[in-house]
Design a binder for this molecule. Structure first.
Ligand SMILES: Nc1ncnc2c1ncn2[C@@H]1O[C@H](COP(=O)(O)OP(=O)(O)O)[C@@H](O)[C@H]1O
Ligand SMILES: O=C(COP(=O)(O)O)[C@@H](O)CO
Length: 594
C-alpha cells in the first residue's frame, strides 16, 4: 500500500522534488529529470538513462560519477516523454555525444527513439540501447522482446564506466551491447504493488503461493507455484538462470559473474540475505566465481513483494567496468579520487547549463501558459479550430469518466496505468488546444500543439501514439483551408499509417491499431460515398466500437500484455477500447458544432 501522498497525479513530480532536495551533492534538477551536480567532463560520452517513476533507485538514484550523467524521469510506470529525454540529454551533453539507455518497454523505446532523432537533428551524436534481461518475458529465440528489470544496473554501469574512461561513443555502445548480451534476470513475486491513490494491488497471489517470472510494473507472473522456503526460492532462481547461459558461456564452471539479488520493494533485507546465503552456495557449487555481489533494492516496483536474481557473465573487460568506482545517491562503490577534476570548467558549464535550463523552462512555461505566438491562419481554419477544440474537450471528458475502467482493463495483463496516462495526456492536450485557439490558431496548429502536450505530459506508449495521431491530423488539416470531410478522412488514414510506422503493430496484434485501421477505412469509405462529416464519423465510430469489442478474442502479440497472453483473452485491449470511446465522444462534438 502506498500510504503517503498528496494528489496521486502529482506523486512522481513531488517525489522527484524531494529526491533532488535530499541529494544536491550528486544531482541537480533540469526540465524532465536530473543531471549530475558536476558537469560532464569535456568530450566525455554522456550516458543518459531513464524510465517511469515507481522503480527507485532506478533511475534518478543512479546519477553520479561512475554511473549515469543524467536521468529522464517519467510519471508513475510511464516512460518519460521525448521532450523530457531531449532536455535532460541536452543538459548532460559534454561534447562527446550521448548514449541513451533504458529498459525495453514499448513506451521507452518510442520516446527514447524520438528523442535520439531530435538530438541528432541538433547535431548531438546519439545512440540508444534498451536493456532486455528478463528471461521470463520472452523465450531465447525472441530475446529482443525481453523487458528490462534489475539487469539495468550492470548494463548501465558498464557503459557509464567505459564513458568515464574516455572511450568514444561507438565503443561505449559496444560495451553496453556486450554487457546486455551477457546479463540475465529472473524473479518471483508474492504480491503486486498498489499505486498511489489506488485501493487495491495490481495483482494478488493466493495465500501460500508465489508468482513465477515477475515484471516491475505489477505485471502478474507467467506461472504460479507453492510458496517456497528461502532455499527453494534460491534454487529456483539459480537453476533457471544457469539454464539460460549466453551463447559464448558454454559451462558456468570457472566463470566469473556479477550477481544482484534485488528486492522489489517490500521484501526485508534480512529475507534477501537468507536467500542470498543459498544463492552464493549454489553458484559456488556450480563453479561460478561471484564478483562484487549486490543484495538490496536496485530496481523496485513500489511496495511489490518479490525478488529477482541477475547474473552478468563477466570477461576481463566487463569485470574491470563492474568493479570501477561509482558515487551516486543510491549506489556507491570504491573511491573516485579527486571529486571535482574539472572544478572551474564544471562550475562555469553548470552555470551555463542552469541558464539553458532556465531558458528551456521559460520556453515550456511560455508554451504551457499559452503565450507562444501561433502561425497565421485563415478564418475558415480558425473556425474549424473551434470544432477541434470542442472535440478535444469531449475527448478529455470521456477519458476522465472512464479512467478507472481503462486502468482495470489494462491491469488484467498490463500495468494498470492506461487510464492515468490517457487522463494526463488528454487533459494536457485540451489545455494546449484551448491556449492555441485563444491566440487565433488554425485547426492544424491547435492539433499539433495538443499533440506535443499529450505526448509530453502522458509519456508511455499511448502518449507517443496519441501525440502521433494528433500531429498527423494537424499536418493534414493545416491552417489554410476549411477541412472538409474528405480531408479529415485523409488525415485519419495518415494518422493510422503513422501509428503503424512508429509502433510496428499490425491488425490482429491486439492493440489500438485493431480499431484505428477499420475506423480510418470506414471513415474513408463513408466520405467517399458523399456523406457529410458527422454522419460519416458516426458510421465509422460504430465500426470502431465493434472492433474494440472484438479485441477481447485476440491474443496480444506486442507491448506489456504479450507475456500474459492467455490472461488477456476475454478482455479487450485497453488502448483499443479508449480509442473507440474517443471516436464516439468526438461524434457528439461534431454534431454539436453543425
Ligand atoms: N506497438 C504498438 N503499436 C500500437 N499500439 C500499441 C503498441 N504497443 C502498445 N500499444 C497500445 O498501447 C496501449 C497501452 O498504452 P499505455 O497504457 O500507455 O501503455 P504502457 O503502460 O505499456 O506504456 C495498449 O493497450 C495498446 O493499445
Ligand atoms: O516504468 C516504465 C514504463 O514503461 P512504459 O512502456 O511507458 O509503460 C519503464 O520506463 C520502466 O523502465
Amino acid at each position: 500500500m502506498t500510504r503517503l501522498f498528496n494528489d496521486p497525479a502529482a506523486f512522481a513530480d513531488e517525489a522527484l522534488e524531494g529526491f533532488t532536495a535530499a541529494h544536491r551533492r550528486w544531482v541537480r534538477p533540469v526540465t524532465g529529470g536530473v543531471v549530475r551536480a558536476t558537469a560532464t567532463p569535456a568530450g566525455q560520452v554522456a550516458v543518459v538513462i531513464g524510465g517511469g517513476s515507481g522503480h527507485y533507485p532506478a533511475f534518478s538514484g543512479l546519477v553520479g560519477r561512475g554511473l549515469a550523467h543524467g536521468a529522464a524521469v517519467g510519471n508513475v510506470f510511464a516512460s518519460p516523454s521525448a521532450r523530457q529525454i531531449h532536455s535532460v540529454a541536452t543538459a548532460a551533453h559534454g561534447g562527446g555525444g550521448v548514449l541513451l539507455m533504458y529498459g525495453n518497454y514499448a513506451g521507452d523505446v518510442l520516446h527514447f527513439g524520438q528523442a535520439a532523432e531530435r538530438l541528432a537533428a541538433d547535431g548531438i551524436e546519439t545512440r540508444a540501447f534498451a536493456v532486455a534481461d528478463d528471461i521470463s518475458s520472452a523465450g531465447p529465440d525472441e530475446s529482443a522482446k525481453r523487458r528490462g528489470i534489475a539487469g539495468d544496473l550492470p548494463v548501465f554501469k558498464a557503459a557509464a564506466a567505459a564513458a568515464e574512461q574516455g572511450l568514444p561513443l561507438e565503443e561505449v555502445l559496444r560495451v553496453a551491447e556486450r554487457a546486455g548480451a551477457r546479463t540475465r534476470s529472473f524473479g518471483i513475486a508474492f504480491s503486486g504493488c498498489t499505486l498511489p491513490g489506488a485501493d487495491h494491488p495490481l495483482f494478488t497471489v493466493p495465500e501460500a503461493r508465489m508468482a513465477v517470472g515477475l515484471g516491475i510494473h505489477g505485471e502478474p507472473g507467467i506461472g504460479e507455484e507453492a510458496l517456497p522456503t528461502a532455499d527453494e526460492a534460491a534454487l529456483l532462481l539459480v537453476e533457471t538462470l544457469l539454464k539460460e547461459l549466453p551463447d559464448d558461456v558454454a559451462d558456468p564452471a570457472g566463470r566469473r559473474a556479477a550477481v544482484i539479488l534485488n528486492g522489489l520493494g517490500s521484501v526485508k533485507y534480512e529475507e534477501l540475505f537468507v536467500v542470498y546465503r543459498k544463492v552464493a552456495a549454489l553458484l559456488g557449487d556450480a563453479g561460478v566465481e561471484i564478483v562484487d555481489p549486490e543484495v538490496g533494492e536496485l530496481v523496485t516496483s513500489f511496495d511489490m513483494a518479490g525478488i529477482s536474481l541477475t547474473l552478468t557473465w563477466l570477461d576481463d573487460r566487463l569485470e574491470e567496468l563492474w568493479r570501477a568506482p561509482a558515487d551516486t545517491p543510491a549506489y556507491r562503490k570504491g573511491a573516485l579520487g579527486d571529486p571535482e577534476p574539472h572544478q572551474d570548467r564544471a562550475a562555469a558549464t553548470a552555470a551555463g547549463q542552469d541558464t539553458a535550463a532556465a531558458q528551456d523552462t521559460a520556453v515550456s512555461d511560455a508554451a504551457a501558459s499559452g503565450t507562444t505566438a501561433v502561425p497565421v491562419a485563415s478564418d475558415a481554419s480558425r473556425r474549424a479550430a473551434g470544432t477541434v477544440l470542442a472535440a478535444l474537450d469531449a475527448v478529455a471528458r470521456v477519458v476522465d469518466a472512464h479512467a478507472g475502467e481503462l486502468g482495470r482493463i489494462d491491469a488484467v495483463a498490463g500495468d494498470g496505468d492506461h487510464g492515468i496516462g490517457m487522463r494526463r495526456g488528454s487533459s494536457a492536450a485540451h489545455r494546449a488546444a484551448h491556449d492555441a485557439h485563444r491566440l487565433g490558431a488554425g485547426a492544424g496548429t491547435v492539433l499539433t500543439r495538443a499533440a506535443d502536450d499529450w505526448a509530453d505530459k502522458a509519456g508511455g506508449t499511448s502518449g507517443a501514439l496519441w501525440g502521433t495521431i494528433l500531429r498527423s491530423l494537424g499536418t493534414s488539416l493545416g491552417d489554410r483551408d476549411a477541412p472538409d470531410a474528405a480531408r479529415v478522412a485523409e488525415g485519419v488514414t495518415e494518422a493510422s499509417a503513422a501509428v503503424r510506422r512508429l509502433g510496428g503493430a499490425e491488425v490482429g496484434d491486439k492493440t489500438m491499431v485493431d480499431v484505428l485501421v477499420p475506423f480510418a477505412d470506414a471513415l474513408a469509405t463513408a466520405t467517399a460515398e458523399g456523406l457529410p462529416l458527422a454522419e460519416a464519423w458516426d458510421r465509422a465510430a460504430t465500426t470502431a466500437t465493434a472492433a474494440a469489442a472484438g479485441t477481447a478474442d485476440l491474443l496480444p502479440r506486442r507491448g506489456r500484455a504479450r507475456p500474459h497472453a492467455e490472461k488477456s483473452l476475454g478482455t479487450p485491449d485497453a488502448g483499443a477500447h479508449s480509442l473507440a470511446l474517443i471516436t464516439r465522444a468526438v461524434h457528439g462534438a461534431l454534431l454539436d458544432h453543425h
